[in-house]
Design a protein around this ligand. Structure first.
Ligand code: SAM
Length: 209
């Protein structure tokens, strides 16, 4: 039995619920972790040859070089590696809820990157990092937890929210909703990117007044 259509519907439903009611995440966390943990060994094969990170990379082109960057819901690490390759001075952390995804990402770390790129198991709803500790945070096909995004980003820092398949991506949040949620947390300078079918939104956290 092909469970993929069901998994895609579940991802969309989870995203819609959590974006509206982040407090309900605790009910959905276990199932989400299980679902993606199971997919981890095939994730790169599902991704192979496609343009999954094109919108994320389009937004990266418009970002100042960060000292410290965080890729949330990193999966097997593709977007974290994109940051590391684009910004050779940056320290990069990729975070995922599923241990199996992190194991796959760690398996791809090469010696030249191992000193400044690392992968950690953590929940983006409650990150184990201090406030204002990153100057770039990215999400590729990942549910945004807006309060944590605001907390961990330094003033003036950049946020990228990208979806490989645009509105057809199972985990998808429309740009209007992203702008509304981020705008009320002081994000500005919104820019949208389209790489057909991918889309991305870039935003900047306001400097301290
Ligand atoms: C659709 S996959 C995207 C993976 C990768 N970013 C990519 O684009 O290929 C979503 C990933 O987010 C992870 N995830 C979902 N909710 C999370 C959370 N609250 N904290 C950390 N990771 C989470 C899942 O385990 C999964 O690996």
């Amino acid at each position: 039995m092909n469970l993929q259509p069901l998994a895609r519907r579940l991802s969309r439903l989870t995203t819609d619920i959590v974006v509206r009611r982040p407090r309900l995440w605790f009910l959905l966390r276990g199932l989400t972790r299980f679902q993606f943990g199971r997919l981890a060994p095939q994730w790169d094969a599902i991704r192979a040859g496609d343009t999954a990170y094109a919108p994320y990379e389009a937004a990266l082109e418009r970002v100042d070089p960060p000292k410290r960057a965080l890729d949330l819901g990193t999966g097997t690490g593709g977007a974290a590696f994109a940051i590391a390759h684009r910004f050779p001075e940056a320290e990069v952390i990729g975070v995922d809820l599923a241990q199996q995804m992190i194991a796959q990402a760690r398996g791809k770390l090469t010696d030249d990157l191992a000193g400044r790129v690392r992968f950690e198991v953590a929940d983006a709803a409650r990150l184990p990092y201090g406030g204002e500790s990153f100057d770039l945070v990215g999400l590729s096909n990942m549910i945004p937890f807006f309060d944590e995004l605001e907390r961990v980003l330094a003033p003036g820092g950049s946020l990228i929210v990208a979806f490989s398949g645009g509105a057809d991506t199972p985990i998808y949040v429309p740009p209007e909703r992203l702008r509304e949620q981020l705008g009320r947390r002081g994000f500005t300078d919104f820019a949208e990117f389209s790489t057909d079918p991918g889309t991305a939104l870039l935003a900047r956290k306001a400097e301290h007044a």
